[in-house]
Design a protein. Structure first.
Length: 440
């Protein structure tokens, strides 16, 4: 496969680099995971999502605090929120005298009662174990910045994640952000779809990739003479060029320790994967494609292996190899689907599976493949869905979909199939989910 062929342009277009060739010459889920070892000892039936009621919050910011906590826990897909406000049940007897009526909440199906209270420094959360009829946890959380500001909301998302961990034993993903490309810029949006912003004025850029510490984003910057690999420091807003070696330099990915960036580079004779220190320096070759294209690297969580897209079999498929480029093997089976085109892999944070896109009936769909038994699961079927990226919980994926008639970002719960729309303005694509950003 060569960069000048029409088939290869289709291959690279799926990676979000189609613009390069146009440049001038100059639902609610049922959780099936078994959570044994819940930190605070909250008990509920395995295989069922625990019912949770979040009490109303008094004060000027009370409604906002409650709404964000409710939405975050709902989007985590690990609990069932119980809404009794509209059921005509008086709240005063339920929460009167500082002691809930546990029997009432038991009948309502609640395993946990969350009582937020505005404090001088932020918010105090009291968690009641309804079954045990006792307070299970109380903690004060500081909230940064002015109310409703981005910093304030980020602090509150971290509270939601802590509460989810108290109840289920798994920390939430509310305190994360998604980087994506819109209008040639890298933009950021909170995991609940709020507070969208532009990360850098540099344009046109593609393929954002987060550093493991969430402080930097690597990207590919397009230019008249090719493309470069750059890195944005989100704290200072400064950007620097890391690789500028002529030709095509695309699809960067950080290693799990943040020390190395692997990217695809090449010219007319194909592309290979190369590695460079995240602080800059000489590059070293990782793959030897012999005229084929090797792109879209994604590290395993331990950093020992890399999933990537390669055309070495005559069409794009997903392969895995050792991080030094040895031991390459086909991951996606030829027999699955009606068209041989699988690409854009993302290795799950728990190491158990790889998400990718597969062309079926002329449209890309989101798939996952188990690394234990190589079983493949199709997660989407409506319109075109592509470029999956895992959330740090290894359960949710963000992807690009045209199901509304224009490309937008959507979030998928891979266990239940529930999807929700993340962005509302058109032209969003090439999403990358951040690591957890909130303080524990």
């Amino acid at each position: 496969m060569h960069l000048r062929t029409s088939a290869n342009r289709t291959f690279l277009a799926s990676l979000g680099v189609a613009a390069l060739f146009a440049l001038p010459a100059h639902a609610h889920a049922q959780d099936t995971t078994s959570q044994r070892g819940v930190r605070i000892g909250l008990s509920y039936a395995l295989g069922r999502k625990p019912g949770v009621y979040i009490a109303p919050v008094s004060g000027a910011t009370g409604d906002s605090i409650r709404a964000i906590l409710q939405r975050d826990l709902d989007y985590g897909d690990r609990v069932t929120l119980i809404g009794i406000d509209s059921a005509g049940i008086a709240l005063a007897p339920l929460l009167g005298n500082g002691r809930p009526s546990y029997d009432v909440f038991t009948r309502l199906g609640a395993a946990a009662l969350v009582v937020p209270t505005v404090s001088p420094s932020g918010v105090r959360i009291t968690l009641h174990d309804v079954g045990a009829k006792k307070v299970a946890e109380t903690r004060d959380f500081p909230l940064a910045g002015a109310s409703s500001s981005r910093a304030w909301r980020a602090s509150l998302h971290a509270v939601s994640d802590a509460v989810e961990e108290w109840i289920t034993g798994t920390r939430g993903i509310a305190s994360t952000r998604v980087a994506f490309v819109r209008g040639g810029h890298i933009s950021l949006v909170d995991s609940d779809g709020a507070v969208e912003s532009v990360a850098s004025p540099i344009t046109p850029v593609l393929s954002p990739a987060w550093s493991p510490d969430g402080q930097r984003i690597a990207y590919s910057e397009l230019g008249n003479a090719g493309s470069r690999i750059g890195v944005i420091d989100l704290g200072s807003g400064s950007a620097r060029t890391l690789v500028s070696r002529g030709g095509l330099n695309i699809t960067p990915a950080f290693s799990p320790d943040g020390a190395t960036i692997v990217f695809s580079s090449g010219e007319d004779e194909g592309t290979d994967l190369y590695a460079v220190s995240a602080s800059g320096g000489p590059v070293r070759r990782v793959t030897v494609g012999r005229g084929t294209d090797n792109v879209s690297p994604s590290f395993s969580p331990d950093g020992h292996r890399i999933a990537f897209t390669s055309g070495r079999s005559g069409h794009p498929e997903v392969y895995i190899m050792d991080a030094d480029g040895t031991g390459a093997e086909l991951l996606t089976p030829f027999s699955f689907g009606d068209q041989y085109y699988r690409s854009n892999p993302d290795w799950s944070p728990d190491g158990r599976s790889v998400a990718f896109q597969s062309q079926i009936a002329g449209q890309f769909q989101i798939m996952t493949i188990s690394l234990r038994d190589r079983s493949v699961k199709q997660h989407t079927s409506e319109s075109t869905n592509e470029d999956p990226s895992w959330a740090p919980d290894g359960r949710h994926l963000v992807f690009t979909s045209s199901r509304t008639g224009v490309k937008q970002l959507w979030v998928l719960d891979t266990e239940s199939g529930r999807v929700r729309q993340l962005t509302r303005n058109g032209g969003a694509r090439l999403a990358a989910w951040s690591p957890r950003l909130g303080a524990r």
